[in-house]
Design a protein around this ligand. Structure first.
Ligand code: NAD
Length: 508
């Protein structure tokens, strides 16, 4: 028989001690609760205005030194971070589970994602390449170079408490930028643990790493706003709700700062008549119910050909009903908790709205686990509707899957596109014309368009993000690194004459 699990609070204390996390307040400050049992795991003190000012000033000083360190050497620091993450993988993954409520393999997957982006960034540190451009003037050379930008603020959401930081921090560090991290107020412990691992890497790296190269700012919305307003922070990379992005973007723009916004999603799957239904079923259940529906890429809208909708709907409902729920640390559990009571209330509200719109709801009940009355576990819900409703155009951050039928493929694509969030999308089809059309210019208008894969679970090699209410930002792979640098065009005259561009004459 397996050992009984320690309480989340005791478990977290044990891990934090092993990782050498200091600075937790004994009591007072802000409470950190585990979604697993709803109980307090720790207390942390938020940074006040003075502390934030000191951290930003220190990052600005660090920039002056770090930008002069050769990029491949900066990559070495990220390589060491990858080693620390590999060594602490199990502890950090368990802490993600304790603080965000993800099942164990998703906690481990999140740390794996951090390791993957370290590897990616190390390679990138030798590939921060510019261009040589033909000059129209004889004896002239023109080139485009990428230079370090300055301190980068990373504001992150609770549901990817560490991977989002890694996407940003690993690129920022190799690009020559210090990092100031304001994690979600719901998940400060994983942030402190990650910073402790980076501090270990910095200690091994040696004196090329200036003080203030990376720090954590603890706080809520106010702390994020402070960073958004600060002109010493040229880039704010913010992940969270569309509401947050709408408040933050004008503040950064007002001072001509740059922002990368990774906001809400409202992701759909189209299931066409030719689809492999067993593949579709697995993709639906993982992407709708995985992380208890709390991924930005979670599947929220299922658009099914009318000939399949009853059969597939029944299969999904049966799979939802069978999903093993409980303490996400336990082997075999696939359904963990919602993050808190507010998330549960938003779920109930969306179900009520769907019912009022005429939906037939299957599932959606609260699961009262005997040993966790203050935690919020729910059975994933299916809401069958004859046609899209206004409620479907909103993101509910919980396992609620709307199902609507379609007759013609073009109609399905139009439904998929008819929401303001544009993050992830997918089609399940074996018809190459449908697949290509979905990925083409009149197909899905999302940042991510998949074929025969669900909408969630992106790899780090691609650029991640989406348009409109999703914010327009791109992070992680491809050429996302360019946002962490400033572009410079330089022209060199190695002739003895001074010809002007466009043939302009200015003879003295
Ligand atoms: P949230 O918007 O409540 O908080 C996110 C972060 O923003 C927190 O650190 C918070 O303190 C900070 N914040 C809030 N208001 C702010 C303001 N006005 N100025 C500066 N900072 C502010 O989001 P959440 O509940 O933690 O996360 C869930 C949301 O995040 C969902 O909408 C989800 O889709 C989205 N998300 C998006 C992505 C993506 O890559 N597109 C990834 C993960 C989560």
């Amino acid at each position: 028989m397996s050992q009984p699990l320690p309480s989340p609070a005791a478990h977290a204390r044990e891990i934090l001690a092993r990782l050498g996390v200091t600075g937790l307040s004994a009591d007072g400050g802000s409470l950190v609760r585990s979604p697993i049992d709803g109980q307090v795991m720790a207390h942390v003190a938020f940074d006040d205005a003075r502390a934030i000012e000191a951290k930003v000033a220190s990052a600005a000083r660090a920039f002056r030194a770090w930008r002069c360190v050769p990029a491949p050497r900066r990559g070495e620091l990220v390589r060491l971070l990858g080693e620390e993450l590999r060594a602490a993988r199990a502890d950090l993954a368990a802490l993600v589970t304790l603080e965000a409520g993800k099942i164990a393999s998703e906690g481990a997957g999140e740390v794996q994602e951090m390791i993957d982006i370290c590897d990616f960034a190390v390679g990138l540190s030798r590939q921060l390449h510019g261009l040589t451009i033909a000059s129209e003037r004889p004896g002239h050379a023109m080139r485009e170079t990428w230079h370090p930008l300055g301190p980068v603020a990373v504001i992150s959401a609770f549901n990817f408490p560490v991977a989002v930081w890694a996407w940003n921090a690993c690129l920022a560090l190799v690009c020559g930028d210090p990092v100031i991290w304001k994690p979600s107020e719901k998940t400060p412990l994983t942030a402190l643990a990650t910073q402790a691992l980076l501090d270990r890497a910095i200690a091994r790296f040696g004196e090329d790493a200036p003080a203030g190269l990376s720090c954590v700012v603890l706080g809520g919305r106010d702390a994020g706003e402070r960073l958004a307003r600060d002109p010493r922070v040229p880039l704010v990379s913010a992940t969270g709700s569309t509401r947050m992005g709408k408040a933050l973007a004008p503040v950064v723009a007002e001072r001509f700062g740059r922002s990368i916004l990774e906001l809400g999603g409202n992701n759909a799957m189209i299931v066409a008549p030719s689809a492999d239904l067993s593949l579709a079923l697995r993709a639906i259940v993982f992407s709708a119910a995985g992380t208890a529906g709390q991924r930005c890429t979670s599947l929220r809208r299922l658009i099914v050909h009318e000939s399949l909708v009853d059969k597939l709907g029944d299969a999904v409902a049966a799979a939802f009903a069978r999903l093993p729920a409980g303490d996400p640390r336990q082997d075999g559990v696939l359904l963990g908790p919602l993050v808190d009571k507010a998330a549960y209330e938003a779920f109930v509200h969306a179900l009520d709205q769907a019912r009022a719109d005429g939906a037939e709801i299957i599932g959606g009940e609260r699961l009262n686990l005997a040993d966790a009355p203050d935690a919020f576990y729910v059975r994933p819900a299916l809401a069958h509707l004859p046609a899209p409703t206004a409620g479907m155009a909103r993101e509910t951050f919980a396992p609620l899957l709307y199902v609507v039928p379609y007759a013609e493929f073009d109609e399905a694509v139009a439904m998929q596109n008819d929401v303001p969030q544009k993050l992830s999308s997918c089609v399940m089809t074996n018809d190459v014309r449908e697949a290509e059309a979905f990925m083409g210019p009149w197909g899905s208008d999302c940042g991510i368009a998949n074929v025969n894969i669900g909408p969630s679970g992106a790899e780090i090699g691609g650029a991640f993000g989406g348009e409109k209410e999703t914010g327009g930002g791109r992070e992680s792979g491809s050429d996302a690194w360019k946002q962490y640098m400033r572009r410079q065009t330089a022209t060199v005259n190695y002739s003895g004459a001074l010809p002007l561009a466009q043939g302009v004459r200015f003879d003295l």
